[in-house]
Structure formats: C-alpha cells, structure tokens
Ligand binder design. Structure first.
Ligand code: UD1
Length: 417
C-alpha cells in the first residue's frame, strides 16, 4: 500500500496535458460489447477504473489488446455469463453491462455495482427504463437478473436527469424493436461521446446533449472506432490548482466550453486566465473574491468539481457557500480540511466556508475520488507536509497524477506505508 506525501506551497508552472474522460471511458468500454466484431477506443486514460472494466470484459471472454492509450476489443468469443460480485463491486460503472447485455442477449445477471460512497446512489431509474422496454427485473440478495422475451421501444420519463440511466437506456434501446424516447435525459458531454460511438456502430440515436433523446432500435451493431473526449473534471482539478499556485500554468488538451461553468465562477472570483483553442493558461490569484457555488446537472457547476472547488473557497477573502445538490454525501473531505485549519461549518450538504484560512499539512485520508483530489489540492497549498492515505480512490480517476504534478513543480511523491 502507498500514501501520497506533499510538501506544500510550491508554484506550478509549465504544461499539464489532460487525458481522456473517465466518465466517457467507463461507458465506452462496456458499449464495445454491443458490437459484433472489433472496436477501437482511442485516448483511453490510464486509471484503475479502466483496469477494472478490462477484467469484466475478459471475464465475458472478449479479447482486449492495449497499445498505449489505444485499446481494441474483439467480441467474437463474447459469452453472456454472470458478472462476478468481486468484479461488479470494483466500480460504479459496472452497471453499464446491464444495458449492453440486456440489449444484446435480453438476459443479464450482475451483482450490485460498487463505486465511491458519496450517497445512496440507487439505480431505480435504470431499472424503470429497462422495465418500460419489457424487461423483468428480479433482485436476489446482492444480484440482479434482467430478462426480456422481447425488448421494445418505450417512452421513458426520467424523474432526475441521471447520467448513468440515460446511457444505460440508450444501450438497451439501440438493440430494441422500435423507437425509445428518453425525456429529461442527462445532457452531459460524455453522453454525446457515447451517442457518437453508438451511431458509428450503426445505431440510430438522435438528440444526445439535449433533454430529449430518441433511439430507433436496429438489429445489429458493428465494430468501429471512437476517441474518448478530454476529461473536463481532471482539467477542472488542475485549473483550480492553477488558480491557487499557477505561474503561467498551461492546462492543455481541453475543450474550454466543457468547463464554462468553472471558468465563469473563477472570473467572478477574480482569477486571471487566458483561453486558447484547446488550452488555458492560468495564474495564481492572491485576492480571491468570495462566491457561492451550487452543483447542478450539466451545463451547471459539476458535482465532481464541488469538492476541489471547496478548497479554493477556503482561500477567498470572506464567506462562501458550497452547496452539493446531486449526491448527499459528497462531503467526506471537509473534516480533513478542518483538521488542516480551514474554517468550515457543515450542515448536511451545505458548507459555509469562512476565508481566508491558513492550511497546515497533516495526516489525512481520501474518502472518495473527488474528495481525494480536493485533499491533494489542500496539501499543495498547505504549509509543511501533508500525507494522504487511502489513495486508491484517487488513482481510480486521475491518470499519472503524481507525475503530472511533479512535472510542473509540485513536490509530491508516493511512499510505501
Ligand atoms: C455519473 C458519473 C459521476 C458524476 C455523476 C453526475 C460515471 C461513472 N459517474 O454518476 O462521476 O458525478 O454522473 O454528473 O459516469 N439517481 C437515482 N436513481 C438512479 C440513478 C441516479 O436516484 O437510478 C440519483 C443519484 O443517486 C444521484 C443523482 O441521481 O443523486 C445523479 O446520479 P447520476 O447522474 O445517475 O450519476 P451516476 O451516473 O451515478
């Protein structure tokens, strides 16, 4: 086991290149199983969630060949077996195999998905969609069984614009008979990436990126290639680091529109940055104005950046409110920020953050992926040395984070425990 050790207060300058989006990758890898033949997925990030999905794909007898950031998945020997509990619980996105295998075989057996403990995270909306298409869902202790004589098109109204439910329903509907309409669909950019992939495979998906998605089922899908879009959350995390410690820090390989909500907040706080076509150059702001931030579905302020953002708010001159509205438990990092010296009152999912606080390095624990990256950010600005344990959470979603940060001047390293 390893821990991350950070010596704080070092300026960040140079260039960080952003990898492929975790939340696209974890949807695109299962989607490859919808196709008959070989799919190529490019710009796949080196994260442990990727490896967990590889293990599931192999368990189902598909072949994966990886060359750097490009992977090829061959489904010629694909077998529709029960996905084991040990593999399902390694990540949340194992639920995407439900939509994929239900669409392709009309039968799935899978254990409860795992993932970060950031709230209840039910999958009732996914199941509601499958049921509307004709699937019967049986739950036996920790296992789901989904069966359909025939999957048919349906009109599905999501009561919440869930990313996972939208994508999962798109998968099953792509191989159903007839037309499925998803109303109140999630609009996240990763959904457009997934829809592009499905359409290149021969699916008929229209409206991705809007709140109404219409899918006309087809009989078969074929292998094709797709490139993972840049990770707007990884980008946002480094952009926030730049706002605190940057000396012309360049965050490269981004699509700036995808981070519009973050850039708008940074402008409101007085942070100076220059946008390029695919990059942003950002400088440390010494006089941060206080703001209030509420997480929302896309294109609002992303829930995945709420925790890193809260660290920036500890450095504002005045009181800020950080409100998490999507997941009720995305607050595990706050006690550690308090331990480091931040002045924060936490009431449910609403944090009142009184700045500006001096943070002091200490021993802390990552409690989830984005909370973990928030603690790295805190360690980078803290006086002295910060040690972070339970870093597996962080490595699930940030590729080569130690190397990327060291290369721009951070004093950060892995140490054996
Ligand atoms: C995905 C992302 C996650 C991101 C989130 C919101 C992946 C693997 N994860 O998570 O990083 O933070 O989108 O952008 O892509 N809900 C239900 N019933 C359901 C489904 C969801 O009540 O059937 C609730 C959830 O508990 C949560 C909210 O809806 O409160 C949002 O969930 P959802 O958009 O589905 O997030 P995930 O797909 O789990």
């Amino acid at each position: 086991m390893e821990k991350i050790v950070i010596d704080g207060k070092h300026t960040l300058s140079g260039k960080i290149t952003i990898g492929g989006a975790k939340n696209s990758t974890v949807a695109l890898i299962p989607a490859a199983l919808l196709a008959d033949g070989v799919s190529t997925i490019k710009n796949v990030p080196n994260i442990t969630d990727r490896d967990a999905l590889f293990d599931i794909v192999k368990e189902l007898d598909c072949e994966i060949v990886q060359k750097g950031k490009e992977i090829k998945i061959d489904t010629k020997n694909l077998t529709n077996k029960t996905i084991s509990q040990e593999l399902s619980v390694r990540l949340r996105a194992s639920y995407y195999f439900m939509g994929v295998l239900l669409g392709k075989y009309k039968h799935v057996e899978i254990y409860f998905p795992g993932g970060c403990n950031i709230g209840q995270r039910p999958i009732d909306l996914h199941l509601k969609g499958f049921k509307a298409m004709g699937a019967k869902v049986t739950k036996n202790k920790h296992k789901y069984m989904l069966d359909a004589e025939e999957l048919h098109g349906a009109n599905i109204n999501l009561t919440f614009a869930s990313v996972g439910a939208t994508i999962n329903i798109m998968y099953a509907a792509s191989l159903a008979n007839g037309v499925t309409t998803i109303n109140n669909a999630a609009k996240e950019v990763e959904i457009i990436n997934v829809a592009d992939y499905l359409n290149k495979m021969g699916a008929k998906v229209a409206g991705a990126g809007t709140s109404t998605i219409v899918i006309e089922g087809v009989k078969k899908l074929h292998g094709t290639d797709i490139e993972v879009i840049p990770d707007r959350i990884e980008a946002g995390t480094y952009i926030l680091m730049g706002a605190l410690l940057g000396d012309n820090l360049v965050v490269d390989g981004i699509i700036p529109e995808h981070n519009k909500a973050l850039f708008d907040k940074l402008s409101e706080m007085g942070v100076k940055f220059t946008l390029g076509r695919r990059s942003v150059t950002i400088n440390r702001c010494k006089n941060l104005k206080p703001v209030n931030v509420t997480t929302e579905v896309y294109p609002g302020f992303p829930t995945d950046l709420g925790q890193p953002m809260s660290v920036l708010l500890t450095q504002a001159n005045g009181t800020c409110i950080m409100e998490e509205t999507i997941f009720e438990n995305r607050v595990g990092h706050y006690p550690y920020l308090q331990k480091m010296g931040a002045n924060i009152e936490l009431n449910g999912s609403v944090a009142t953050i009184h700045g500006k606080s001096k943070l002091i390095g200490t021993d802390i624990n990552a409690t989830d992926l984005r909370g973990g990256s928030a603690l790295i950010l805190a360690g980078l600005i803290a006086e002295g040395t910060t040690t972070i344990r339970d870093i597996d959470y962080i490595l699930r979603g940030y590729e080569n984070i130690i190397h990327k940060l060291s290369s721009v001047g951070a004093k950060i390293r892995l140490e054996e425990i």
